[in-house]
Design a protein around this ligand. Structure first.
Ligand code: PRX
Length: 659
């Protein structure tokens, strides 16, 4: 049969919206019986099936305690250790199986078996303890995609010290803020790593961060090569040397209460500083393992590759905790997908014969732009592919399906958040047909719903847009915002719950996303409804960006608008009013860009800096970012009647469009 063209495939899509999972997938899937929906949906006992995937030191007395909403508890009085579950328990059956396949920037390869992981995690746990880390101390980890990162996380989990991983791309200032906010007395970093083949002196960020933070943490550093590279302070402890003192030491995994925190993960919100989402040990690990099994279809004998960064929640749940709890082999890659060439990803997929591949819509759009000639050069055969982090346009979905999956792999589009710990809306791949652009149905046991702005629930499957809420609690939901229960309630619950009620059924989790549920029950996510942007799958608060820009003395006022971008999804446009007497110039633009890089990180760099005379404001002085978004996206201006000076947005529009 002649190969179908993209146009033909697209035409088929309009006639027939669904794609059936290939029979060869269905025949071997971990979730192949639709009864799983009813069984797990039996609230709350259904989630016991998930907890039973783990090894517990003591079984729980109660599955769910909803007596103090929204502080829900899961697997109450159960005890377990996450590091034991991800490492030790696999030794009997697969100690010589590879746990992590690390591919370095320079083509180096490390093959870390479960036995190796066991040894390295134990030694690091012993070393951390010897440096004074005690149970419940928060350890900040600022590491890139090197094996030291999962090893340090699992070592922390072993001794019951919650980790707070700060994505390596975050700046010194962002690191400092997170160390202070988490009351952390330990920072684990590395001398440097490779980005597009160049050695980055990563430890400089810690040097700078120490000057900017209130706390005075102890710094431990790994080395990218055998010996430290570059300029490293004598005040820091070299982990590699330290480990010499702990060779072959074994550390008994600390039996943690199911409700004890496993980690913090900072994420951007609408207002103020990033929030430390606190995740519990038992419910989180159970849910991450179960969704890895049933949604990602991971089996121990698979080679699985989630091409995300462990510094974000995707990497926590679906590189480290879920896949390792299931005893599979995971690929980790240090560098960018186009280094040293644009076929790098497919070259690695071929080399390791990857079965399951996990990436973001931004990456798919980028691969699409580069062209199918790159994947075509390599011989790889995925059974299962995942997308996560942003809505995927049907066009990109189809390209992924055809050119990467060879029309022979299932795709799951997984909707979830840092706060939710694991997938909440996504199909179980063998049980539902795929529908491009749609995240699919709710995961088993999850009850999404839509409400209007007054909190009235919309008819299910009405096809109307609303605010996405999740009704029943689930095991991997965040426990709280670290150190700030009030912010936890006001951010996630207050808007759509009866906060006076003691009945958990009156509490609804607010996701902050808009969504539509079609007649067939499939959910389509429309994007954030709050002032949070999604830049290449990275979550950024507009307020955070604005406060970074305002650090520049020449700036009087700034507002950030999300502009749609064919590749990155959204990019930040910054509208700036300069102080009296300051002339717009490229030098000032540069200062603004540098301020963002300094305060947040290079990945947050504004796409455009636009100097304006005034910003559109309501009579009460609130900046109307929506209007700026209309301008950035070349759309009609929305309602301007509530503005103090309705001519302002029109003037900005003329200015932007004449540029
Ligand atoms: O807007 C949604 C979008 O990403 C947000 C969560 O971002 P973060 O906490 O960084 O976690 C990203 C990885 C789970 C959501 O509020 N989002 C996530 N997944 C999807 C999505 N939007 C559409 N489709 C998805 N599959």
């Amino acid at each position: 049969m002649a190969e179908e063209t993209d146009v033909e495939l697209e035409a088929r899509l309009t006639e027939q919206d669904y794609f059936r999972p290939p029979a060869k997938f269905v025949g071997q899937a971990n979730a192949s019986d639709p009864a799983i929906y009813d069984e797990v949906g039996e609230f709350p006992e259904g989630f016991e099936r998930y907890a039973e995937l783990l090894d517990w030191d003591e079984r729980w007395d109660e599955v769910f305690d909803g007596s103090n909403p929204p502080f829900f508890e899961w697997f109450v009085d159960g005890k377990l250790n996450a590091s034991y579950n991800c490492v030790d328990r696999h030794l009997d059956e697969r100690k010589n199986q590879t746990a992590l396949l690390w591919e370095g920037s320079e083509g180096e390869q490390e093959n870390i078996t479960y036995q190796d992981l066991y040894r390295e995690v134990n030694e690091m746990a012993a070393a951390l303890r010897a440096q004074g880390v005690e149970e419940d101390d928060v350890v900040t980890i600022h590491l890139p995609m090197v094996p030291a990162l999962p090893i340090t996380m699992l070592a922390c989990a072993r001794i019951g010290a919650p980790h707070s991983v700060v994505f390596a791309g975050f700046s010194a200032q962002a690191l400092a803020e997170r160390v202070d906010s988490a009351d952390s007395d330990y920072v684990v970093t590395i001398d440097g790593y490779y980005r597009r083949g160049e050695f980055l002196e990563h430890i400089e960020k810690t040097d700078e961060a120490l000057d900017q933070m209130d706390r005075d943490p102890q710094v431990l550093y790994w080395t990218r090569h055998d010996e430290p590279t570059g300029d490293v302070s004598d005040d820091y402890t070299n982990v590699e040397y330290l480990l010499e003192d702990h060779r072959r030491e074994r550390v008994k995994p600390v039996s943690r209460d199911a409700e004890d925190p496993l980690f913090l993960m900072y994420t951007s919100g609408t207002t103020g500083k990033p929030k430390g989402c606190q995740h519990r040990t038992g419910g989180y690990l159970a849910y991450a393992a179960a969704t890895s099994k049933y949604v990602l279809d991971i089996k121990p004998e698979d080679t699985y590759w989630c091409a995300a960064d462990i510094g974000w929640i995707t990497g926590h749940s679906y590189i480290v905790y879920g896949p390792l709890a299931l005893g599979t082999t995971s690929v980790m890659y240090e560098d960018t997908p186009d280094y040293p060439h644009k076929g790098r990803i497919w070259e690695i997929a071929e080399k390791y014969d990857v079965d399951i591949f996990h990436t973001s819509p931004t990456a798919v759009r980028m691969f699409m732009k580069w062209g199918e000639q790159y994947p075509e050069e390599y011989d790889f055969d995925f059974r299962h592919m995942t997308t996560v982090g942003e809505p995927i346009q049907p066009e990109a979905w189809l390209w992924y399906y055809k050119h990467i999956g060879d029309e022979d792999a299932v795709i799951v589009d997984t909707w979830w958040q840092t706060e939710t710990g694991g997938h909440l809306i996504t199909n179980l791949p063998a049980l539902e047909d795929m529908k491009p652009g749609s995240a699919g149905k709710a995961a088993p046991g999850i009850e999404p719903a839509l409400v209007d702005d007054r909190g009235e629930e919309l008819e299910p499957a009405s096809g109307k847009a609303g605010n996405l809420i999740i009704k029943n609690p689930w095991p991997s939901m965040l426990q709280t915002v670290y150190g700030n229960d009030e912010r936890f309630i006001s951010t996630y619950w207050a808007d759509f719950s009866d906060t006076d009620s003691d009945d958990w059924r009156d509490w609804n989790y607010k996701a902050g996303d808009g969504a539509v549920q079609a007649k067939d029950g499939y959910w389509r996510i429309l994007g954030r409804l709050d002032d949070v942007m999604n830049v290449a799958g990275h979550r950024l608060g507009t307020m955070e960006l604005e406060s970074a820009v305002s650090e520049v003395e020449k700036v009087a006022e700034a507002a950030v608008a999300a502009r749609e971008d064919a590749e990155k999804g959204e990019v930040p446009d910054v509208y700036v009013v300069l102080r009296e007497g300051i002339e717009p110039s490229d030098a000032v633009k540069q200062e603004i860009v540098e301020a963002v890089e300094r305060e947040i990180g290079k990945f947050a760099r504004p796409s455009n800096v636009i100097f304006v005379d005034d910003l559109p404001k309501t009579r009460s002085g609130k900046i109307m970012r929506r209007l700026l978004e209309n301008i950035s996206n070349g759309e009609e201006l929305g309602n301007t009647t509530t503005l103090r000076d309705p001519s302002v947005p029109e003037r900005i529009r003329e200015q932007v469009q004449s540029d």
